[in-house]
Design a protein around this ligand. Structure first.
Ligand SMILES: Nc1ncnc2c1ncn2[C@@H]1O[C@H](COP(=O)(O)OP(=O)(O)O)[C@@H](O)[C@H]1O
Ligand SMILES: [Mg+2]
Length: 129
């Protein structure tokens, strides 16, 4: 499952902080990325890089705006729809130690990618290792 293009249209992300009021983490973000292109987003700490990444992989939904993967607006996808499209877009987290779940076995941690990204049954997954 390959992805052709990412389009971000007028995306805003506002966080409601109880004591400090609303905070605009992202204001009117627009971006068009085609297959084969690479994009580095740089900016000072707190400028919204991780927020944009979280929106792109569906961990959070934007306050407003659209995010289109191959023309489909992911901002209205539910868990099930995301699961069907998860192969299209994923994150590689910077903090490798935080990527593994210490409450689960080493096998369960490694198996998770196969559970989420393939149709392999439990026995088939076990055969791989
Ligand atoms: N869940 C949240 N609630 C309130 N404020 C948040 C939340 N997530 C991020 N922020 C704020 O949004 C801003 C952008 O954060 P972030 O995207 O992590 O920036 P960067 O990755 O560029 O360092 C920061 O000021 C951060 O404190
Ligand atoms: Mg960050």
């Amino acid at each position: 499952m390959e992805m052709g293009e990412i389009v971000i249209q007028n995306v805003n992300q506002v966080y409601h902080n109880v004591n400090q009021g609303d905070f605009n983490a992202l204001s009117d973000i627009n971006l068009h990325l085609c297959k084969g292109e690479s994009l580095a987003i740089e900016g000072e700490s707190g400028s919204g890089k991780s927020t944009l990444a979280r929106l792109l992989i569906g961990i959070e939904k934007p306050t407003s705006g659209k995010i289109l993967l191959d023309g489909e607006d992911i901002t209205c996808w539910n868990y099930r729809t995301w699961k069907q499209h998860r192969k299209k877009i994923q994150a590689v987290f910077q903090d490798s130690s935080g990527t593994l779940n210490p409450a689960r076995s080493a096998y369960a941690n490694v198996e998770e990618a196969l559970v989420n990204l393939t149709d392999k049954k439990r026995a088939e997954r076990k055969n791989i290792f």
